[in-house]
Design a protein around this ligand. Sequence first.
Ligand code: FES
Length: 184
Amino acid sequence: MAKAKNGITMTMGPKESAQRFKELDEYIQGAAAAFPGDRQGALMGVLHKVQSVFGYIPREAMDFVSRKLSVPTAHIYGMATFYNFFSLKPKPRFKICTCKGTACYVGGGARILEKLKAELGLEEGGVTADGMFGLEITRCLGCCGLSPVMQVNEDIYVRMVPEKVPGILNKYRKLDKKQVKSPE
Ligand code: FES
C-alpha cells in the first residue's frame, strides 16, 4: 500500500498498480491518437478511464496523465474536482455510518463506534486497505427511537450492541466474496 503525496492512500499492491497504469497508458495512447493536437478533448475521456481503472482519481494517476498528455497536474486537478462524477478519494464497497446524534449517543453509540474502529483498524473517515469498508459518522439516521443505530450501504441496524459488530462485518465480507466470484 503506497501513500500519495496528498495523503490519499493507494489501496493496491505494486503489481496490481503497475497493471492498472499499463491499462491506463494504453488508453491514453489511443485517446491521444483519436484527438490529435487536442489534449483537452482527450483529457475528459482519460479521466473517466482513470476513475474506472482505479475507482477514483489518485494523485499518482494525475501526475501520470500530466506527463503523458503534457497537461499541468493543476489543470487535471481542477477538472477532477469540478465534475462531481469524479472522486479524489477511494470509495469503499461497504460504507458504514454510525450515528452520533443525541439519541444514539445516550443509547451507547460511542461503544459501537469504538468497536468498529477496533475491528477495522480505522479512524472516522477512513477506508480499509482492501477498499472493502469505509467508516463515517452521521448525526441522525431518522430512527432515533431504535437507537443506537448504524447503517451499511442501504441496510440499517437498530438497537446495536458492540457484540453484534463482528457478525455484521463478516456478513459483508462473505457477500463481497460472492460478488467477486459471480460474473457481472
Ligand atoms: S440520533 Fe441516531 S438515529 Fe437519530
